[in-house]
Design a protein around this ligand. Sequence first.
Ligand code: GAL
Length: 417
Amino acid sequence: MNTIRHKTKLAAAITLALATFSAQAAEVEVLHWWTSGGEAKSVAELKKLMQAKGDTWKDFAVSGGGGENAMTVLKSRVVAGDPPTAAQIKGPSIQEWGAEGVLADLSSTAKAGNWDTLLPPVVSKVMKYKGNYVAVPVNVHRVNWMWVNPAVFNKAGAKVPTTWAEFPDAADKLQKAGFIAVAHGGQPWQDFTIFESVVLGVGGPEFYQKAMVDLDQTALKSATMTKAFDTFRTVRKYVDKDFSGRDWNLATQMVIQGKAGMQFMGDWAKGEFTAAGKKPGKDYLCVDVPGTQGDFTFNIDSFVMFKQSSSDAKKGQEDLANAIMSPSFQETFNLNKGSIPARLDVKMDKFDDCAKKSNADFVASSKTGSLVPSIAHQMAVPAATTGAIQDVVTQFFNSNMSSKQAVEKLASAAKTQ
Ligand code: GAL
């Protein structure tokens, strides 16, 4: 009798335990814009980890490089009172969302996980709102890269340019040999990505900081900025006629396939080379944008969590935050994504030479003041100002606007709040 009762009790306990377990299997809906080959492979790692924790991944992918479309969709979901569990948000926008009072406080997870010791200050600063963690970093991307097809350069007898003064000669040679010199996708954020690298190369990091981060009117209206627009105009001469609206990863494919010589793009482009089985140093080269040797424009991808009331949802958020910060995720994700881990303690042995160079330059530039936030990738100034400046850059690229006019417009756009 006693044994039977004991067995019944045991069965009841097991049933209860199972019910509790399944109640804790949270569904996490995650908004992101990682839809290219390399990006999709990277985000699949996060999905795998969450599934291994017993959570259900609800993919909320909004295509469109740079994330503008994703941000529009996100705003409408939040306004409708139906935010996703987590969303890819970065830079000063984290502060803007924090001020809306809709973000979950991740302080206790961060404390338990020692995030303050694991993350470099340049990263942790971006992740906090009023001193508390509200975002989790997945990586550090470097934007000032030039992706080169060495076989194309060889065939054209062109030398990879290290300064903007050398650039036209190389680009002319590529064109004469029948190649597209610069693979580019004409979308505003891609124009802006080239522009910020040109500003850095022409003016140097101190000038970049003054103009693109501090929005100093004197720097914005300076002769150096006029020269940056002149150089940007030169780059425009070397894109093919079908560039308008092209996605960035299709432009990368042009370099991969040997149709074009180079592309100016952040190291998510490396994710495409990797996904295509290409090897750095052999099939392609990662080179500093002319004039930016050792400088580093950083772009940190991160996720915020939206406040939730149910304990299941909160558990899902905690799982997601812990998964993102785990060393194995930071390694695998970044091997696919082209970036470097946000955590300082992840070993770089498995990474290629481009990532190793990025890592070394990241550390070195943080000591010399040549580590600057990418404005094109929303790391430098609030979203409205970024948008206004981007509009000027794109208008210039797609019209005959003079550099002098552009400088005036840029300076007034910088006053947008
Ligand atoms: C950037 C983002 C990268 C990459 C790129 C193209 O803004 O930080 O992770 O996804 O857009 O989509």
